[in-house]
Each structure stands twice: as structure tokens, then as C-alpha cells.
Design a protein around this ligand. Structure first.
Ligand code: NAD
Ligand code: 0WE
Length: 260
């Protein structure tokens, strides 16, 4: 008997084997879940299908979360091939490079809208698409970052999008609680994924994170996977609307300082 025996999970946001979504997929699969994947079309054949195969998964469907038609199509296909759904993982975000390079005050109107659409509204859109398929006891999970609550240099409009995402988690949890569906977020410390590569200053902040976080280590996708397993399983049966920090304790610090 495993934690997710007989449960079915659909995971959005695998780009490669460094993706947080991939860490979560492996952790859920290891505890008996059937996993399926959805990513943007351009990644499907080269990146996602080979990874899915490693977990014995054949459900791999494209979806750009900006397109309602594609969202509808993914859940239609899931219904036809798997029937019901127990776990929905939302592990995606996007802002234009220029919005992360410049000053927050210079964020354009359409750059703001794009970041909020892909990184926040998509959680509502995917949740609504999944709703008819969700079994009682189902769990919805998303990924957030500390830049939602405190200023992190260059995170800019993504910080605003994550603040809206965290608030959306609470409103969705209140909406879906009566149907026995839980909604939570994991706030992960910095991890070197595709979305973190080429970010100005990421390397130095990644290094200093390790030096100051209470646990004195960087966070891995396996760390996030284990926390996701807790939130996806009945171990967290009375937890909803929460943000769970998987950050080695970084967020509790008032003044992050290095050892002498
Ligand atoms: P990643 O690059 O591996 O994953 C990001 C995913 O978003 C990619 O698969 C990409 O295809 C997808 N995506 C972007 N636009 C999309 C769209 N329009 N439609 C569908 N998918 C789209 O990076 P990651 O770090 O694993 O990111 C996953 C989540 O974790 C994101 O929400 C990110 O904000 C969050 N997060 C990351 C870190 C970190 O340091 N890496 C820390 C905390 C939270
Ligand atoms: O949420 C994220 C990454 C979000 C992200 C990253 C990119 C890079 C490439 C969104 N959109 C894009 N668009 C691109 O064109 N993280 C939590 C990782 C991250 O990103 C940062 C960070 C950290 C940590 C950006 C600035 C400062 C810190």
C-alpha cells in the first residue's frame, strides 16, 4: 500500500528533467500514482514524451494555458483516456525577459497582462477545466516564490503575479472546499531550472541562499516533490488554502546573514 495507490495526477509544466514539475511527477509516481503530462506543444516530442515514458506514462498532451480551446481539449482527452482526476499540478509561469531585466516601474501594460495571464489566471482556468473530473479528496497544487511577499531584485512583475496566485489559492480553496477539493501552493527556494537560467543575479543569489538559509543547503526538485506528495495525499487531508514553504527556512529570517 502506497500513499497514492489508485490515484491519477495530471501535471502541467515539465520542460526538461530539471523542471520542478518533473520532481513532483517522480515523487507522485513513486507512491503509486498514475501520472499524465501537459506542456507547450514545442516541448512535447523532444522533451516531455521521453520523460513520461520513464514513468510508464503515455498521456502527453499539448496545452498553451493562454488558449481556452487547448485547455478544454486536454481535459476532454483526460476524461476519454483516464476518466477521473485526483491531483492537478500547476507548475508554470512566464513573464517577458524585458520585464525581468528592467525596473518594475517600467513594466508595460501588455507585459503585465501576459505575466498575470500565464502565471496566475491559468490556475483558475485549469481548475475550472478539471472540476467536472475531480474526485472528492482531490488536491490542486501550484508553485510560488518568496518574491510574492518581499521585494526580490529583478523578480518584478512575477512578484505581483505570484502575490495574485497566492490570493487565488485562498479564493479557490474557499470555492472548492465544500466539494472536498483542496488547493495549496508550495513556495520553493531558488532552484536552477530553465526558468531560472540567464536571470540577472540568479547565480549569486543562489550561492548566498545556501550560505544564509537555516538549513544551509540549496533546494532540489526532490525536496519539492516530497512536499508535493504530502499535499497531494491524504496526509494533508485537512490542509487547504495554504502556502507551504520548501525553502530551508529562508523566509523566517529577519536579517539573512552569513556565518562569520
Ligand atoms: P521550468 O522552466 O522547468 O518550467 C516552467 C514551465 O512553464 C515550462 O514547462 C514552460 O513550458 C511552462 N510555460 C510557460 N508558458 C506557458 C504557457 N503559456 N502554457 C503552458 N506552459 C507554459 O521552470 P520551473 O522553475 O520548474 O518552474 C515551475 C514553477 O515553479 C513556476 O511557477 C515557477 O514560478 C515556480 N518556482 C520556481 C522556482 C525556481 O527557483 N526555479 C522557485 C519557486 C517557484
Ligand atoms: O518564478 C520563477 C521564474 C519565472 C520566470 C522566468 C523566466 C525566465 C525566462 C518567468 N518568466 C521568464 N521568462 C523568460 O523569458 N522563479 C521563482 C525563478 C526565479 O526567477 C527570478 C528569480 C528567481 C528565483 C527572476 C529574478 C530574480 C529571481
Amino acid at each position: 500500500m502506497t500513499l497514492l495507490d489508485g490515484k491519477k495526477a495530471l501535471i502541467f509544466g515539465v520542460a526538461n528533467d530539471h523542471s520542478i514539475a518533473w520532481g513532483i511527477a517522480q515523487a507522485l509516481h513513486a507512491e503509486g500514482a498514475t501520472v499524465g503530462f501537459s506542456s507547450v506543444e514545442s516541448l512535447i516530442d523532444k522533451r516531455v514524451r521521453p520523460l513520461a515514458a520513464r514513468l510508464g506514462s503515455t498521456f502527453v498532451e499539448p496545452c498553451d494555458v493562454q488558449d481556452d480551446g487547448q485547455i478544454h481539449a486536454v481535459f476532454d482527452k483526460w476524461r476519454d483516456s483516464e476518466g477521473e482526476l485526483d491531483v492537478l499540478v500547476h507548475a508554470l509561469a512566464f513573464a517577458r525577459r524585458e520585464e525581468l531585466d528592467g525596473a518594475f516601474v517600467d513594466t508595460s501594460r501588455d507585459g503585465f497582462a501576459l505575466a498575470l495571464d500565464v502565471s496566475c489566471y491559468s490556475l483558475l482556468a485549469l481548475t475550472r477545466g478539471a472540476l467536472p473530473l475531480l474526485r472528492p479528496g482531490a488536491s490542486i497544487l501550484t508553485l510560488t516564490y518568496y518574491g510574492a511577499e518581499k521585494v526580490v531584485a529583478h523578480y518584478n512583475v512575477m512578484g505581483v503575479a505570484k502575490a495574485a496566485l497566492e490570493a487565488s489559492v485562498r479564493y479557490l480553496a474557499a470555492d472548492l472546499g465544500p466539494r472536498a477539493v483542496r488547493v495549496n501552493a508550495i513556495s520553493a527556494g531558488p532552484i536552477r531550472t530553465l526558468a531560472a537560467s540567464g536571470i540577472a543575479g540568479f547565480k549569486s543569489m543562489y550561492g548566498s541562499f545556501r550560505d544564509v538559509a537555516p538549513l544551509r543547503k540549496n533546494i532540489t526538485i526532490d525536496d519539492v516533490g516530497r512536499a508535493a506528495l504530502f499535499l497531494a495525499s491524504d496526509l494533508s487531508s485537512a490542509v487547504t488554502g495554504e502556502v507551504l514553504y520548501v525553502d530551508g527556512g529562508f523566509n523566517i529570517l529577519g536579517v539573512p546573514t552569513r556565518d562569520e
